[in-house]
Structure formats: C-alpha cells, structure tokens
Design a protein around this ligand. Structure first.
Ligand code: TXA
Ligand code: MG
Length: 358
C-alpha cells in the first residue's frame, strides 16, 4: 500500500487535551484511520459505519479478510446502534456490562444490520467492547460513532502495548497515531460469545472464566491449546491464526521447573557455542539461574500473572530489537489471567514446545 503522512499526537490520559482529541475524532468522522490507546493494547480505529474506512483497516494491517473486528463504544447509548440482541442475550450483556464495562471484555452478540458486514466478515454476530481507557472513551464519544478497531499491529506481529510499537508497525499506513502512554493490561480483551447456549470464552483475557461464572452462574472456555484442525470452522476466526510472534523463533519449555531451567540453559548454551544469538524469557524467581547469559528478560514474578500479561508483548518485541534469533521461553502457570498469558505464549511459539517431565 502507498505511504501516507502519519501525524503522531501525544495525549496525557490524566489531563486530556480535548481540542487535540477533537481533531483526531474529526479524522475518524471523515473516514480516516486513527490508532489509539486502550487499557489492553493499542487499537487501529475507523468509524464502524464507514465501510470504505473499515476496508482500509484490513489493508493497513495486512489482515486476512476473514478475521472480524471488535466494535468499541463509549456508552450504553451506542449499544442499540451495533446489536439487535434481545432476551437472554441482552440480559447476559447487561449483567456482564454492569460488572466489567468499561473494561477488557468483548462480548459477541447479534449484529445490527446498521453495522456493515465487512466489520464482522459476513458473520451475523459482532464483537462489542466498552474500553476503560479515558483517551479511548473520550475519542469515541467525540467521534459520536462506534469505532471498529483491531489491535494496532501489523498482522502476525505481537500486539502493541506501547505507542512506539504502533509507530514501528503502522507509521505511513494510518492518518493519526495517538501516543497515550503504556497499556495497563498488556494483552487483548477477553472475547466471550454470549450467543451460544453456554456462554463461551473464545479468547482468554483479564476478565477470567471465574469472573464470568460469578456473574452468569455458567460459562465455558474454548481449549486454546488444541488449535484448529484442517477444514474445521473455528468459533472465533482469530483462533486459526496461530502465529503472532516476533521475528525470532520462540521455543517454549514446559514441565518441572528445575528441569525446564536446566534444559533451557543447556540448549541456549549450545546455541551460543555455535555463535547464535539467543534470549531467555523467564520469571524473577528463576532469573539468577541464567546468570552470565545474554538477553535474559523477566516477565515479573512467577506468581503474578497480571505483571506477566503487562510485560509479555513488550518483551517479545524487545528480543527482536536486540537481534535475537531464538528465544527460549519458560511456560507459565495457568488459571485466571495466567490462561491469557499462556494462550499468547502458545501462539507466539507456534506450538513449538519442549516437554520437561521426569
Ligand atoms: O483488547 C482488544 O480486544 C483489542 C483492543 C484494541 O480493543 N482489540 C483486539 O482486536 O485485540 P483483534 O482484532 O486483534 O482481535 C479480535 C478478536 C479476533 O480473534 C477475532 O476473531 C475475534 O476477536 N472476533 C471479533 N468479532 C468476532 C465475532 N463476531 N465472532 C467471533 N469472534 C470474533
Ligand atoms: Mg490482534
């Protein structure tokens, strides 16, 4: 695609410059592309009602045209513009919205015909999220339209948790990039299908299965480790794109902690002896074990999934910045937000896993 001039505008989330944000909202209203911060990751936004602008999102990202977009709203008044759901679906939406909106939860509901098919890639449903980040909310409010936005990375790359990641991937491909600082959560929102008999988490995130069950008294989670078989239609099209990773090859080591550490060290050292540039992705508790090795980066405490989530994508990109060819990554504890972290790591390694058990 041809290069365009990208304006980079800094906006302090704690002291929003409304005039500057109004200009960004104008760009959205006029069919332009605006990248903006949310509490999960940065989004690449366009007016959800402008089909041409939505098509441009797919072009700017190099995104396959069968992977639907999430529509972002600033308040409940916008909800009937995007979904025509009723009955039990509406009830679920209201209950969960009451608890977790604004926040890192996307709900899949029946799509209103006002939302162009392009947004949902022909599906009868639409993903809806009310983000919590003040810049995102204010931008959507000022634009006065729901905003369709995937994560603001080139397709296949880790999602951007900092403005500089967006600039690296999308400068020259979008009209505006709003720099609103670092994203707190760091991994993308939980995607929950509320149209099915049992509400199902299609993509784990900071709102966990336990959180959903607490509110609805029911719920399940897709097995994100299984992947999608040839010829099978995934419930969430995004699930079949398994590889969103850094340039470096990522190998995940899983099993007994002592064996994991030892095997990683041996494998990494043998690469180093061959002159290969390697990195290790670990946790605070294990970092000292890799003393004397280069490019050892910690995601935070092994017990702290929230910190791991907020650091994961930034660290994966940092390995690339350091020119690392191979990353040896320790598997992390699952359960709660740990599922979201492991799901992203699983995808980053493309199923390249070494089991380390007894
Ligand atoms: O945190 C987030 O969700 C970020 C910020 C910008 O809001 N957005 C984001 O969007 O991660 P994206 O496009 O990178 O991921 C959207 C996911 C994809 O896996 C997609 O397949 C799924 O949501 N999805 C969207 N609409 C859907 C639908 N109608 N049915 C099933 N899955 C859907
Ligand atoms: Mg994405």
């Amino acid at each position: 695609m041809s290069e365009c001039d990208t304006r980079i505008i800094k906006i302090d989330p704690n002291n929003i410059d409304t005039e500057a944000l109004k200009e960004c909202a104008e760009v959205l209203k006029n069919g332009g592309l605006v990248c903006f911060p949310t509490e999960t990751v940065y989004g690449l936004g366009a007016s959800a009602f402008n089909e041409k602008a939505v098509e441009n999102i797919f072009k700017a990202k190099g995104r396959p045209n069968d992977n639907p977009l999430i529509v972002h709203i600033s308040d409940y008044e916008m909800l009937p513009l995007v979904t025509c759901c009723t009955g039990e679906q509406m009830e679920r939406l209201m209950k969960l919205g009451n608890e977790y909106w604004p926040g890192p939860l996307t709900m899949i509901a029946d799509r209103d015909s006002a939302v162009p098919e392009t947004v949902s890639c022909g599906l009868k449903t639409v993903g809806i999220r009310m983000p919590e980040h003040p810049v995102a909310r204010k931008l959507i409010e000022l634009a006065g339209v729901p905003v369709a936005a995937p994560s603001a990375n080139l397709s296949g790359k880790p999602s951007p948790s900092q403005a500089r990641h967006v600039i690296e991937d999308l400068k020259g491909r979008v009209d505006v990039i709003i720099d609103g600082g670092d994203c707190r959560v760091g991994v993308e929102s939980t995607v929950l299908d509320i149209t099915s008999e049992e509400p199902m988490i299609l993509r784990p995130g900071a709102v966990t299965l336990e959180d959903v069950k607490k509110v609805l008294g029911a719920g399940g989670q897709c097995d994100w480790r299984r992947g999608v078989k040839e010829g099978e239609t995934p419930r969430s099209p995004g699930m079949k794109y398994t590889h969103y990773s850094p340039e470096a090859e990522v190998i995940m080591y899983e099993g007994d902690n002592e064996l994991v550490k030892r095997n990683i060290k041996i494998a990494a050292m043998s690469c180093l002896l061959k002159g290969e540039k390697v990195g290790v992705m670990t946790v605070d508790e294990n970092a000292a074990f890799y003393d004397m090795m280069p490019n050892v980066l910690s995601l935070g405490s092994r017990e702290d999934s929230l910190s791991q989530a907020s650091n994961l994508f930034r660290i994966l990109r940092e390995f690339d910045e350091r020119g690392v060819a191979k990353v040896f990554a320790e598997a992390l504890p699952t359960g709660g937000v740990g599922d979201a972290v492991m799901n992203r790591l699983f995808r980053a390694c493309g199923g390249n896993i070494v089991k380390c058990d007894g």
